[in-house]
Design a protein around this ligand. Structure first.
Ligand SMILES: [Zn+2]
Length: 608
């Protein structure tokens, strides 16, 4: 049976309503208090001096000192004029030549997924008994009484084998519950191999699911046994849905655990020098941001996007562009129309080159209420209509489109939306915008769109892009220079924490490296992949700061180090304008650049 949009919103809307209202009241309070803090004097609270300050402000690109009062920048310039604002209580920081940029603003994260990913046990580099035991020990020490989930064992082992001589037949490492049962005690553990081909449970978790040493296999679960026939804890599971609940007793972290996960992920954000991120998560995550804001523990600014289906709920609550405050902003929605490159699901005009049948052109992503048998179609009419209505309600529309046909169709839809609602500054965001057909580039002109791209995707994908879509189509892939020259605004971010196949780290250095070199971290290809599309470091920093602020209609308050703007500042130990990209990341993919300070609204949230 088809579900209508009205039905869908009706069912999910109620939970959202309460949260939106709670948010609304928080915003009122926060907005009220900031005005009361202002005083008359122009003495600085904080002065940074003796730095190489890259402002991303064309009227004064570079400065050596900067003064902050309250949450704003009050002076940018030479040492003498800035130090003149020093008072008795002014905190003075000698940067000793360190490099300063506007705080990095990540245009696209899945914070709730990242929070859970980085909270769970990480075993991607584990493939020996000793490493496994050590990692479990460490996890228990830092996460007492937490059911142990996550895993990813064997990923590095597999990659190393792929890279070394083919044909070497080697027994791959597997865990055994006898290694860690004594360590885990009464805490259940249920983890997976990196490719989900195998799962592993300790004895406590096996028992909870009704298995012991000698249990027979079931329709769904096949045990891997040792030479005595004892179940080792490793299993093949046909239908892993619900398995976590079966083995661990719960399948969803409770609110308190999500708060701990949020705290941990916020730490990763501030360590990376990121002062704003633009999130696509669930309602509970939004609620957590609110709680963290009230407790003064929110250490980055958040832009939160709902699914496009919720536009009507937002409209009825007058949530629109600009809603919220400078810490938690709402007002945009996100939709999808195609799949992703990693699974050959991005939608193209012509079939993928590596598809032997030459029939796969990727797939459309349908609206959620469409019946299963119609799910391969694009719901072009209803989707466009939804965009038009959301846009008319002054809600910013952002849509995932990756393959060349998806982008072409998205441009049609934007044209239809513009025609229906008239021209205006709407900054429609093309999310990911990975492969343009050359003929579509010129259509970017005059549309005022933002390309919400994640340059590290380029480093990750260039290894196999030409095999999948061929040389000609790759000319339009991650074509940042062309996108920019055709009049779209470039905005950078990460897509943190990545896909099941790749981790996309939150650290902006990866994206800057990729945009400037168009190489993988092993420094190939030597000139870069389609080198004409390389950006300068100045352009790349701008996309990661000003561009992302522009993308969310906030360039008037942040995105550059200019007097009057919020004091969101990142200080790193490496001058990105005076060093080579090879100085930023080593060939094993480790970032060499160190964050020295991260400041949000003049508050130092991270200090090395
Ligand atoms: Zn994403």
């Amino acid at each position: 049976m088809n579900r209508t949009p009205e039905n869908w919103v009706g069912q999910t809307g109620r939970a959202c309503l309460a949260i939106l209202l709670a948010l609304y009241f928080t915003f009122q309070q926060t907005n009220g208090s900031s005005a009361a803090n202002q005083t008359r004097s122009d003495v600085a609270d904080l002065i940074l001096h003796n730095g190489f300050i890259w402002t991303v402000d064309e009227s004064r690109p570079q400065a050596e000192a900067l003064a902050v009062r309250g949450d704003k920048i009050i002076k940018v310039g030479g040492a003498k004029e800035v130090l003149a604002l020093k008072g008795e209580r002014t905190r003075l920081i000698d940067l000793k030549g360190a490099f300063v940029t506007p705080g990095f603003n990540d245009n696209h994260v899945h914070f709730a997924s990242a929070a859970s990913f980085f909270w769970n046990i990480q075993l991607m580099d584990v493939h020996t008994d000793a490493a496994f035991v050590a990692r479990v020990k460490e996890y228990i020490a830092t996460h007492p009484n937490e059911p142990i989930r996550g895993g990813g064992w064997g990923a590095y082992e597999q990659w190393e084998m792929g890279a070394s001589a083919a044909g070497v037949k080697k027994e791959l490492w597997r865990p055994d519950r006898k290694l860690i049962d004594a360590l885990t005690g009464s805490t259940p553990m249920f983890i997976s191999k990196f490719d989900n081909s195998l799962y592993f449970a300790n004895t406590v978790a096996l028992k909870r699911a009704g298995f012991d040493d000698r249990s027979a296999d079931t329709d769904d679960i096949t045990h891997v046994r040792d030479s005595q026939g004892r179940a080792t804890g490793v299993m093949r599971i046909k239908n892993p849905r619900g398995a976590e609940a079966k083995f661990l007793g719960d399948d969803r972290p409770d609110h308190a655990r999500r708060a701990r996960m949020t705290e941990n992920a916020l730490r990763l954000v501030r360590e990376a020098g990121v002062t704003s991120f633009q999130d696509i998560s669930d309602h509970e995550q939004l609620q957590l941001y609110n709680e963290f804001l009230e407790a003064e523990r929110l250490t980055a600014r958040v832009n939160f996007r709902y699914g496009i289906e919720l536009w009507e709920q937002m409209k009825s609550l007058s949530v629109k562009r600009g809603s919220g405050n400078a810490m938690i902003r709402l007002g945009a929605v996100k939709g999808h129309i195609d799949g992703i490159m990693g699974t050959s699901g991005a939608r193209f005009y012509e079939p993928y080159d590596n598809d032997p049948a030459k029939s796969n052109r990727g797939h459309w992503r349908p609206l959620t209420w469409v019946s299963p048998e119609r799910r391969t179609e694009l719901n072009r009419g209803p989707f466009t209509e939804m965009m038009i209505k959301a846009d008319a309600a002054d809600i910013q529309v952002t849509v995932h489109a990756i393959g060349d046909e998806a982008l072409g169709v998205m441009l049609d839809m934007i044209e239809a939306m513009t025609k229906a609602n008239g021209p205006r500054d709407r900054r429609m965001r093309l999310v990911h915008a990975q492969v343009f057909a050359p003929r579509d580039f010129d259509r970017l002109k005059g549309l005022g769109v933002v390309a919400e791209v994640q340059p590290f995707h380029l480093s990750d994908d260039m290894r196999w892009m030409e095999d999948r879509i061929g040389y000609e189509r790759c000319k339009g892939a991650y074509a940042f220079k062309t996108i920019q020259s055709k009049g779209a605004t470039l905005s950078f971010g990460t897509d943190w924490p990545g896909t099941s196949a790749s981790i996309y780290p939150i650290n902006p250095i990866y994206g800057l490296y990729a945009a400037v070199t168009r190489q993988i971290v092993q420094r190939t290809p030597p000139e870069g992949w389609f080198p004409a599309e390389r950006l300068t470091i100045e352009e790349a920093i701008k996309a990661y700061t000003w561009g992302s602020a522009y993308a969310s209609f906030e360039e008037k308050i942040k995105g550059a180090l200019t007097e009057g703007k919020l004091a969101d500042i990142t200080v790193i130990d490496t001058n990105l304008l005076r060093t080579k990209p090879t100085d930023w990341i080593d060939e094993r993919g480790n970032v060499k650049v160190k964050t020295l300070y991260t400041m949000v609204g003049g508050r130092i949230v991270y200090q090395r």
